[in-house]
Design a protein around this ligand. Structure first.
Ligand code: FAD
Ligand code: UDP
Length: 385
């Protein structure tokens, strides 16, 4: 084959399709037994569509990314909403991101937008420069809202204090003075109509793409014969952790089916910043629109051990990543792409955009020549393909 792609998630699958569309032959492997990476969804034993690796809500401002994926799926419009329960004893839940309703309900007020802006101006602790996630939160909402909604959740999610994480982590959550209670404000917010796995099946359905799941790179590296390799696993693992392990945060997903409960909670996700060992409960039927007499949920328990899910953004980790990145940049025909390989807290759309950029560059650099195409055809015929 021309190209070996390690990982059948967004990074690997988009690169595979782009290279195959340009005439390359591609082998995609994944050590898991399925495609779609962390976006993998499936019917559970009760027939409810669940996301095996936690809730995945698609949102983007990129026309290019949305149009690209629309070649492989129809969409179901969906705007995600989240409630947070800062104290389970009171049981009260509030919209997150913090908005006008959150503040009015929490403090028994009836402020308009200008009143909320003035409230936040009085509450916030201005910080300059803004470096850490603590700076971000204190600078925008001040200590009380920080302690109710952010400090405990962050400690649980990351095993670190807000002050030990780069500002970009908490900056994912805006603060609003209006009544907008959507989690995201992107122009495109939608779920693949038949699920992510079905979308990946179409993405990878190409005569130039061979997909083998249940195979780890380490099993085949010595026998792989290809012109280039695209690696979307953890970059430190590729280099045998030679500079030491890059820290990743893991999660344990506890799935549960609630027979006879048509709806457990009023929104897709409820966050528990200050109670329980789990961070949040997601009820999938909100995301998928599926009708079913029962409901399936997932609780997310953060942990230090287990599969790597999140790079942990802070200056020390970013410096360590740079050392691995320098090795990667010195490679001739090996390319690193995706959330684990680039050690970036990427959303799905950002991975798609990065994969499109990489594969289009590779297609320009490694154009399929007529002679090369002839060789492929002959080789395929010889293999009986
Ligand atoms: P992955 O999906 O991780 O794919 C990499 C693949 O490589 C994996 O399947 C892995 O098995 C395989 N692999 C690794 N090493 C090897 C090896 N040595 N040999 C063979 N195969 C290997 N993004 C959003 O936009 N919206 C959301 O709502 C959202 N929610 C999320 C919730 C959770 C709990 C998590 C963890 C992430 C969420 N994301 C969300 C982020 C999203 O999952 C990622 O941006 C995206 O899936 C990354 O794609 P990827 O291809 O880089 O990596
Ligand atoms: N966060 C928080 N409280 C919340 C929700 C989020 O403190 O109720 C912080 C926390 O540090 C979290 C980060 O904001 O890791 C990003 O949240 P997001 O929901 O984007 O996380 P993801 O869906 O990627 O796990």
């Amino acid at each position: 084959m021309d190209c070996l792609i390690v990982g059948a998630g967004f990074a690997g699958a988009v690169c595979a399709r782009e290279l195959a569309d340009a005439g390359h032959t591609v082998l995609v492997i994944d050590k898991r037994k399925h495609i779609a990476g962390n976006a993998y969804d499936r019917l559970d034993a009760h027939g409810v569509l669940i996301h095996q690796y936690g809730p995945h809500i698609f949102h983007t401002n990129s026309d290019k990314v949305f149009e690209y994926l629309s070649r492989f799926t129809e969409w179901r419009p969906y705007e995600h909403r989240v409630l947070a329960v800062p104290d389970v004893r009171s049981g009260r839940s509030y919209p997150l991101p913090i908005n006008r309703t959150t503040i009015n309900q929490l403090y028994g007020l009836d402020l308009d937008e200008a009143g909320i802006a003035a409230f936040l101006e009085r509450s916030r602790e201005p910080r300059d420069p803004i470096r850490t996630s603590e700076d971000v939160v204190l600078n925008s909402v001040g200590p009380d809202l920080c302690n109710k909604f952010f400090r405990g959740y962050t400690r649980k999610q990351w095993g670190r204090d807000l002050s030990e994480l780069s500002g970009g982590v908490a900056a994912r959550i805006p603060t609003r003075c209006n009544d907008d209670d959507r989690y995201f404000t992107d122009r495109f917010q939608a779920m693949p109509l038949h699920g992510y796995t079905a979308m990946f099946e179409r993405l990878l359905d190409h005569p130039g793409i061979d997909v083998r799941t249940g195979i780890a790179y380490e099993q085949i590296v010595s026998s792989a014969d290809c012109r280039m390799t695209i690696f979307s696993g953890p970059i430190d693992a590729y280099y045998d952790h030679r500079f030491g392990p890059l820290p990743y945060r893991s999660l344990r997903f506890e799935h549960e089916h609630l027979a006879g409960t048509a709806q457990l909670q009023s929104v897709g996700t409820v966050n528990y910043p200050n109670d329980h060992d789990y961070t949040r409960i997601t009820e999938f039927k909100h995301l998928t629109g599926q009708q079913h007499a029962g409901s399936s949920i997932v609780r997310e328990y953060p942990s230090a051990d287990g599969d790597p899910y999140y790079p942990i953004p802070n200056p020390a980790n970013e410096a360590l990543f740079k050392r691995y990145e320098a090795l990667a940049e010195a490679e001739n025909d090996v390319y690193f792409i995706g959330r684990l390989a680039q050690y970036r807290y990427y959303n799905m759309d950002q991975v798609v955009a990065a994969a499109l950029a990489l594969s289009r560059r590779l297609n320009a650099e490694h154009a399929v020549t007529p002679a090369h195409a002839h060789y492929q055809t002959t080789a395929s015929a010889a293999l009986g393909a």
